[in-house]
Ligand binder design. Structure first.
Ligand code: FES
Ligand code: FES
Length: 161
């Protein structure tokens, strides 16, 4: 049986047609075939969240999603939301609050936090911690990340009090 599949999807607003191995993960496809290396690969078993991408508006684990499952879908990565300016306030707040050290977790944190702020423009600290609980950070202790998300919420929406 042919292990390859033809897929067609939209990545960061642009159509991508590709032939992929049926077992290839979405994050490996994005990194290796599309050249978008902002989504990171950590545990490869759905625990750390470093591989987070948006699939049809939902946050998903890129390591647990197959590329073929994204056939016909709309995918956004950190590169797309960064270029569009969508997460500019979050990026600025992360810098100002020292919410990153090694930066390995940061793209996924930003993508996830952006969806949180869409759903809840004025999240409490507890709500931020809960929403980001699937994204591991080995460096910061999370305090600065929560501070940064609150600061961005305040700037964007007058929320995050
Ligand atoms: S690499 Fe996907 S959750 Fe860790
Ligand atoms: S900044 Fe290093 S893992 Fe989060």
């Amino acid at each position: 049986m042919d292990p390859m599949r033809d897929i067609s999807l939209n990545v960061n607003g642009e159509r991508v047609d590709a032939r992929v191995e049926a077992r290839k993960s979405l994050v490996d496809f994005l990194r290796e075939d599309v050249g978008l290396t902002g989504s990171h690969v950590g545990c490869e078993q759905g625990v750390c969240g470093a591989c987070t991408v948006r699939l049809d508006g939902e946050i998903v684990r890129g390591c647990l999603t197959l590329a073929v499952q994204a056939d016909g879908a709309e995918v956004w990565t950190i590169e797309g939301v960064s270029d569009s300016g969508e997460i500019a306030a979050l990026q600025q707040a992360f810098l100002e609050r020292n919410a990153l050290q090694c930066g390995f977790c940061t793209p996924a944190m930003l993508l996830t936090a952006a969806v949180l702020l869409q759903e809840n423009p004025s999240p409490s600290r507890v709500e931020i911690r809960e929403y980001l609980s699937g994204n591991y950070c080995r460096c910061t202790g999370y305090q600065a990340i929560v501070d940064a998300v609150r600061a961005a919420a305040k700037k964007m929406n007058g929320g995050g009090q």
